[in-house]
Design a protein around this ligand. Structure first.
Ligand code: KG4
Ligand code: ZN
Length: 404
């Protein structure tokens, strides 16, 4: 185990400041500072509040993680950070912090994808991921079915939501029911005391001519809201527990059905479920039941590793080190809409075919010349990728101005 890479991971894509430390697939520390209470009264995450909270929590959370792991920063083999997708300003705090630590300590920097990290985290619980892995990724911002032959370099989307993400649907229904934010955990709790078959809510995109692996939760959301409104207009009490249970059942029924179909169609014998909604107790139970029936091995990390944390970023970073993936260049940018097909952001390859800096070169090496035409404010990932999505891009600190 001692020769496995020791990596610190930083996660700031939303409202959790997460710092995790792993050695290979072994979890050593998982420190999380959440600003969720500061957002609750607004009914959703306020980006500026989240960014400020990350800034305040960053150094103490890193120190707490190092202490918890009982390691010294100088022994790290790399520093990984969520480069996207997520809230632009929030990501920027994590990327800037990771650069500062990596540069000052002379360690390689790995900008990694938040979504791939939600999958890779399962290695900390159940050991190395089978290849390929079928992953159902369900969070507050994403719902996708992904086939990952190699989580560090090859992640293929089979389908995704065409409107709301699964977690977003939980949050919106909780809001209609005046249950506060975030909605997932409280609906999960109330649903345990309700009847999931009390109300027949629609199962989106499950018709014979609908796309097999895409999801839609917006019709369900509207149906639930209308049902509640009708009750209220009639002056009747809303049976909150039955609504929660029936709504939740509609979501997890579709998620598990499509995930298992994808496994069967692709001939993959394992299903991994990741992201905040994977903490849902009914999703976990129904997935287990249906996987058992289909002879598929289910892997879901424990709930604390499903919601946003730094350990998942460290887990993917450690895999990058292990597989000799190139480190990120010092001009690594935060990319709020980084596509799931980019598990990591390697950085600019210069005319010698080298990357901005190398593994274990003491952080100096042959630093990239930032005045050589790369200074277009788009940073590393725009070079050689060409996934022409239109995103609000955040220009980043470079090695040259890091300390100025
Ligand atoms: O992955 P995550 O922590 O952050 C994002 O990357 O979005 O996911 C947050 C989402 C929220 O929408 C939250 O309501 C949902 O995950 N969530 C749950 C549960 N715990 C968190 N949804 C259903 N059941 C839960 N137990
Ligand atoms: Zn997440």
């Amino acid at each position: 185990m001692a020769d496995e890479p020791l990596v610190l991971g930083i996660e700031t894509s939303c409202d959790e400041t997460g710092v995790g430390i792993v050695r290979g697939t072994t979890l050593l520390a998982d420190a999380v500072a959440s600003s969720v209470d500061e957002h609750a009264r607004f009914g959703g995450v306020v980006p500026e509040v989240a960014s400020r909270a990350h800034l305040e929590a960053m150094v103490p959370t890193i120190e707490r993680a190092l202490k918890e792991a009982g390691v010294s920063a100088k022994d790290l083999d790399g520093i990984a950070v969520t480069a996207g997708p997520g809230l632009a300003g929030a990501l920027l705090v994590g990327v800037s912090a990771a650069k500062a630590y990596a540069y000052a300590l002379g360690k390689p920097l790995y900008g990694v994808n938040h979504l791939a990290s939600h999958i890779c985290v399962d290695q900390l619980e159940h050991g190395p991921l089978p290849e390929p892995t079928m992953a159902l990724l369900v969070s507050g911002g994403h719902s996708s079915l992904l086939l990952a032959p190699d989580i560090t370099s090859d992640v293929r989307p089979l389908g995704a939501t065409i409107d709301d993400a699964a977690g977003e649907a939980f949050d919106k229904i909780a809001r209609v029911l005046n249950l506060g934010f975030p909605g997932g955990p409280v609906i999960d709790r109330l649903a345990k005391e309700g009847d999931p078959s009390a109300i027949a809510f629609p199962r989106g995109l499950t018709g014979p001519r609908d796309p097999a692996y895409d999801f839609s939760f917006s019709g369900l959301k509207t149906a639930v809201a209308r049902w509640i409104e009708a009750k209220r207009n009639a002056g009747e009490d809303v049976p909150v527990r039955d609504v929660a249970a029936s709504f939740q059942e509609a979501v997890v029924d579709v998620l598990t059905r499509k995930a298992i179909r994808a496994c069967k169609d692709e001939g993959v014998g394992h299903l991994m479920i990741g992201g905040g909604v994977a903490a849902n107790s009914r999703l976990r139970a129904l997935a287990q039941e249906r996987c058992d029936d289909a002879g598929i091995v289910l892997r879901v990390p424990r709930p604390k590793l499903c919601t946003d944390n730094g350990a998942m970023v460290a887990a993917l970073g450690a895999e990058m080190v292990k597989r000799n993936r190139p480190a990120s260049a010092w001009d690594l940018s935060a990319d709020s809409s980084l596509p799931v097909t980019d598990p990591h952001v390697p950085g600019v390859v210069d005319e010698h075919g080298d990357h901005g800096h190398e593994h274990g070169d003491g952080g100096e090496g042959h630093g990239h010349d930032h005045g050589d035409g790369h200074g277009d404010g788009r940073g590393a990932h725009s070079h050689g990728h060409g996934h022409g999505h239109d995103h609000d891009h955040v220009h980043e600190l470079s090695k040259d101005n890091l300390y100025s």
